[in-house]
Design a binder for this molecule. Structure first.
Ligand SMILES: Nc1nc2c(c(=O)[nH]1)N[C@H]1C(S)=C(S)[C@@H](COP(=O)(O)OP(=O)(O)OC[C@H]3O[C@@H](n4cnc5c(N)ncnc54)[C@H](O)[C@@H]3O)O[C@H]1N2
Ligand code: MOO
Length: 578
């Protein structure tokens, strides 16, 4: 059955101060684009609302506007159906009707509704409902004729959507159907949702606030991120200088060579009269009056007479003031990492201090009554196998580790831990992220008034990780307790956290061609991978998560997203080796 779609994208969002809700960007994608991508596998798509830029427009896109503008959802729906009727192409027998202000709409859920309508002759419309059984009438699929009957001849405009609903309907629970009316709605719903890895990364970047910038001596800025562009305070070269050992000359040759020698770092050289030359060292300031420098290889000296060799190339070996850059030139943009090359360039440019952010400091909190970091182990205890190595993984993500503590599985212990680690930017908690009896992190975050940025992620292992912001802006990054799950999640999401805090410019992920990837359906998989040469990588079928033995002999962790097939370019997380 051909299926078209009408997306209602005109709402005014008065509770959000009149913001254009369909344009709200949630985890990198606007709500309108989410709605469009949920329906674009079907036929025509009518967007009712002001025309907006779409990053990935559907093949058969129509725009419409309701009468009067902001006349409500029924008027908008009528305008959408009228646009379908005006369009001369083949008519449909079902119409998807979606409000473009729901962050959760997705192709699979829409397909579930379509499948029901197409296989069940006893219903004229199928709507989504949430876990509480509340029906969302702006998230449904209608038989075309039933929809047109309900809309009638225009008399329906101004009525409530509910009043249009045909008698024969079905509802299907598809989890959350919440629409978004306020910023905090959005925040709450997103924090309670399992995000894709890409959405989790995008949300981290969108939500976490930049650390305050600080001014530090250039030599102490290593590993931080520039908080302002690097601008030259001095020209380079700072003065006209000789690039070679040779002779500074004035005017045309042959030249009469003076007795003195101009050395680098010595006092100002005497001016050079026309027709004379002076021996000069690399790096020395050229004398006033000099018109050129010729290197030793290009000249002959006979007594005090200097000649240019007949076959010498026409080349002036003077480096002129400001030839490489002038005062005020921008040498690096804000957001780049302070590498040794950047430190060196800053020093060449007369810059003594830099305005930087980060590296974000991290305290690690290892949790669990069974975990011991030293001493003999009782029968029911295990060695902390993650705390001692976590600093390497943290540094690989751009963090600066600042020590480790151990918390027992008690409520009070977690509350104290979160308060105690007040001297760092990020608290990384290992374990206790799950919903089990001993897993206390989420409760402690709640009591601390934290804002959950990422509540869980569609990836295995590590789906139970949590990223939250405490009221004092410190970030809490909860890693699942199983050591492989902990490091895989850290390598996957840690760089996004570190970059969001420091303002580091986005980097292109490393990728490789993955041969025979393990199967994935709905969650991404983080599996150890071996570099087989050239661009080819081979990922393990699966890995045990309770230890890191699976990483031995591996060069990276492949991020295998759903639908990856052999030969696909796949993100590879580098695994630190020291
Ligand atoms: N009912 C369910 N239970 C669990 C699920 C689930 O989906 N349903 N997921 C399992 C997975 S997978 C993981 S991962 C863990 C994540 O839970 P937590 O973050 O709460 O982790 P813990 O329960 O605290 O610890 C899990 C595991 O890891 C060991 N561990 C913890 N810290 C260390 C350490 N520093 N060194 C070595 N080993 C450590 C700990 O002893 C546990 O065996 O939840 C599962 N359960
Ligand atoms: O997801 Mo657990 O994080 O598989 O080991």
């Amino acid at each position: 059955m051909p299926v078209d779609a009408v997306l209602l994208a005109g709402g005014l969002g008065t509770r959000m101060g009149g913001v254009d809700k369909p344009s709200l960007v949630v985890a990198g994608t606007s709500l309108l684009e989410r709605a469009v991508s949920a329906v674009s596998v079907h036929g025509r798509v009518v967007v009712v609302g002001p025309q907006r830029e779409l990053s990935d427009p559907p093949r058969r896109l129509l725009w419409a506007r309701e009468e009067p503008v902001h006349g409500g959802p029924v008027a908008a729906l009528a305008a959408g159906v009228a646009a379908l009727d005006r369009d001369s192409r083949a008519g449909e027998s079902a119409v998807i009707v979606l409000a473009a202000d729901m962050p959760w709409v997705n192709e699979a859920d829409v397909q579930t509704l379509v499948d029901r309508l197409t296989t069940d002759d006893s219903v004229d419309a199928v709507f989504a409902s949430d876990a509480d059984g509340v029906t969302q009438y702006l998230y449904g699929v209608w038989r075309g004729d039933a929809l047109r009957r309900s809309l009638g001849d225009g008399a329906a405009a101004g009525r409530a959507m509910r009043a249009l609903v045909p008698e024969r309907t079905a509802t299907i629970e598809i989890g959350t159907t919440a629409d978004i009316d306020t910023e905090s709605d959005l925040d709450r719903v997103l924090g309670a949702t399992t995000l894709s890895l890409a959405d989790a990364r995008a949300r981290v970047r969108a939500v976490l606030a930049l650390l305050p910038p600080r001014s530090v001596p250039v030599q102490d800025a290593a590993e931080a991120v520039l908080g302002e562009p690097l601008r030259a305070l001095t020209a380079f070269p700072r003065f006209d200088t000789s690039a070679m050992d040779g002779y500074a000359v004035a005017g045309d040759g042959p030249w009469n060579v003076r007795d003195d020698v101009v050395y680098a770092g010595h006092g100002g050289p005497e001016p050079l009269a026309s027709g004379s030359a002076v021996r000069i060292a690399t790096g020395a300031r050229v004398p006033p009056g000099s018109t050129s420098v010729f290197r030793d290889e290009h000249v002959t000296l006979d007594g005090s007479r200097l000649d240019l060799l007949p076959d010498a190339p026409v080349r002036n070996d003077t480096r002129r003031t400001g030839e490489d850059w002038t005062v005020g030139s921008t040498l690096a943009p804000s957001g780049v990492s302070v590498t040794p090359a950047l430190v060196s360039t800053a020093l060449s440019a007369g810059v003594e201090s830099l305005l930087v952010r980060g590296p974000a400091t991290v305290r690690t909190v290892v949790t669990g009554d069974e975990i011991r970091s030293s001493g003999p182990l009782a029968d029911n205890q295990i060695r902390d196998s993650i705390g001692p190595v976590l600093p390497s993984f943290l540094r690989a993500c751009g963090f600066r580790p600042r020590g480790e503590t151990h918390t027992l599985d008690s409520e009070g212990g977690f509350d104290t831990t979160l308060t105690a680690a007040s001297d760092v930017d990020v608290v990384v908690v290992v374990g206790a992220t799950g919903g089990g009896a001993a897993d206390r992190l989420r409760g402690a975050l709640d009591r601390a008034g934290a804002r959950v940025v990422v509540g869980s992620v569609a990836c295995r292992p590590g789906g139970s990780c949590v990223i939250a912001v405490l009221p004092d802006r410190r970030v809490v990054f909860g890693l699942p307790g199983n050591p492989y799950a902990a490091v895989a999640t850290l390598l996957c999401l840690g760089p996004s956290i570190s970059a969001a805090l420091t303002g580091a410019a986005p980097t292109v992920p490393r990728t490789g061609q993955l041969i025979d990837p393990p199967p994935t359906t709905t969650s991404a998989r983080l599996v150890p991978a071996v570099h087989e040469g050239d661009d080819r990588w081979h990922a393990s079928e699966s890995t045990r998560t309770a230890h890191l033995a699976g990483l031995l002999g591996c060069d990276g962790i492949a991020v295998v997203t759903p639908g990856t097939v052999s030969g696909d370019r796949t993100e590879i997380l580098p695994v630190p080796i020291r």
